[in-house]
Design a protein around this ligand. Structure first.
Ligand SMILES: CC(C)(COP(=O)(O)OP(=O)(O)OC[C@H]1O[C@@H](n2cnc3c(N)ncnc32)[C@H](O)[C@@H]1OP(=O)(O)O)[C@@H](O)C(=O)NCCC(=O)NCCS
Length: 159
């Protein structure tokens, strides 16, 4: 019988950069593609390595490892925004995102934040709802000439 995978969450390191970009692109192309058109997926999956390097350095990011291998990553901005939450298609539904969010909540609590928010994709909405986020509004955003619906979602942290 196969046991539950061992999920470890640790801070992102500069050497994780290419791994997280690859994971991001595969999560978009293989998982999110169920909910978007091919043109939307190609617009979303673009990643400039230099911009990503700066982005990761500008805010705390954590990676989730399954049996020691990179399986997901997520970040937290100072204002409580979770901008990134991506899990490798090979490791979907193993609680990798739930583990990353638990770490983010602990860090947010430590930083004195009382709420978290995110601009969720269609694909991620059931995950964020499962984790106690509520939808505040749906809005349209344009990314590289493609129109996307985003769900602005919020979670009030325990006092
Ligand atoms: C959204 C995402 C991060 C979830 O990662 P995950 O590690 O598979 O999520 P978890 O295993 O922690 O899921 C926890 C619970 O959330 C809910 N959930 C997660 N994905 C779901 C889905 N596709 N459909 C319905 N419910 C879902 C389930 O209740 C799940 O519990 P269960 O598996 O016991 O039923 C991942 O699917 C992903 O990377 N998606 C593509 C990229 C994306 O849209 N990222 C967000 C950008 S804002």
């Amino acid at each position: 019988m196969q046991g539950l995978p061992l999920i470890e969450v640790r801070p992102y390191r500069a050497s994780d950069l290419d791994g997280v970009i690859d994971l991001f692109q595969r999560a978009v192309r293989e998982t999110a593609s169920a909910d978007y058109t091919a043109a939307q997926i190609e617009a979303w999956a673009q990643a400039d390595r230099d911009e990503w390097e700066l982005g990761r350095a500008s805010r705390p990011t954590w990676v989730g490892l399954v049996d020691g291998e990179l399986a997901g990553f997520a970040d937290l901005e100072k204002n409580g925004l979770i901008d990134m939450m991506f899990v490798d298609p090979l490791h979907q539904r193993k609680s990798v995102a739930t583990s990353l969010l638990a770490r983010i909540e602990a860090e947010a609590d430590e930083a004195g934040l009382t709420t978290l928010h995110t601009y969720s994709s269609v694909t991620a909405r059931p995950f964020f709802e499962y984790c106690g986020f509520t939808m505040l509004l749906a809005r349209a955003v344009i990314v590289r000439e493609q129109r996307f619906v985003q769900f602005v979602m919020e979670k009030v942290l325990d006092l």
